[in-house]
Design a protein around this ligand. Structure first.
Ligand code: NI
Length: 150
């Protein structure tokens, strides 16, 4: 495993729409292992592949509920609303208040290509929404109703 450099806002790679993962091979596993090591070292709640310069639909989420890898994730249902603080490893020194669904249902594949369905709420749902936005070139600062330096 290796720590990867986290791309910062202003880099065009963060503004691209990512391609689906089609091959569940050692290249993907190495990417995910490196993303895991990077998000833990940086103490983030999640990391998306474009943040390490890879335009593929893969994210990791590391929250109270545990560590998760979501490949080709799609939100299939959402409910309610929550407003709260977010930060991003690609937007250093800032945080902002963003409105997100309170509950989401997520369809995704694991690192072996197996399909799963997961329900998440609260901060876990927020982290999922934030990371999935990265796969379409969207940053939380695009949606925040308030941003401050921290
Ligand atoms: Ni982010």
């Amino acid at each position: 495993m290796a720590i990867r450099n986290v791309v910062q806002v202003g880099d065009d790679v963060l503004r691209q729409k990512c391609f689906p993962v089609e091959t569940f091979d050692e290249g993907l596993w190495k990417l995910l292992d490196d993303m895991k090591e990077t998000v833990k070292k940086e103490e983030g709640a999640g990391l998306a592949a474009p943040q390490v310069g890879v335009l593929r639909r893969a994210v990791v989420v590391d929250v109270e509920e545990g560590y998760f890898e979501f490949i080709n994730p799609v939100i299939t249902a959402q409910k309610g609303e929550q407003s709260g603080w977010e930060g991003c490893l690609s937007v250093r020194g800032k945080s902002g208040i963003v409105s997100r669904p309170m509950r989401v249902t997520l369809s995704y594949q694991d690192r072996n290509g197996e399909k799963h369905l997961l329900k998440a709420k609260g901060f876990f749902a927020r982290a999922i929404c934030h990371e999935l936005d990265h796969l379409d070139g969207i940053l939380y600062i695009d949606k925040a109703e308030y941003i401050e330096k921290c």
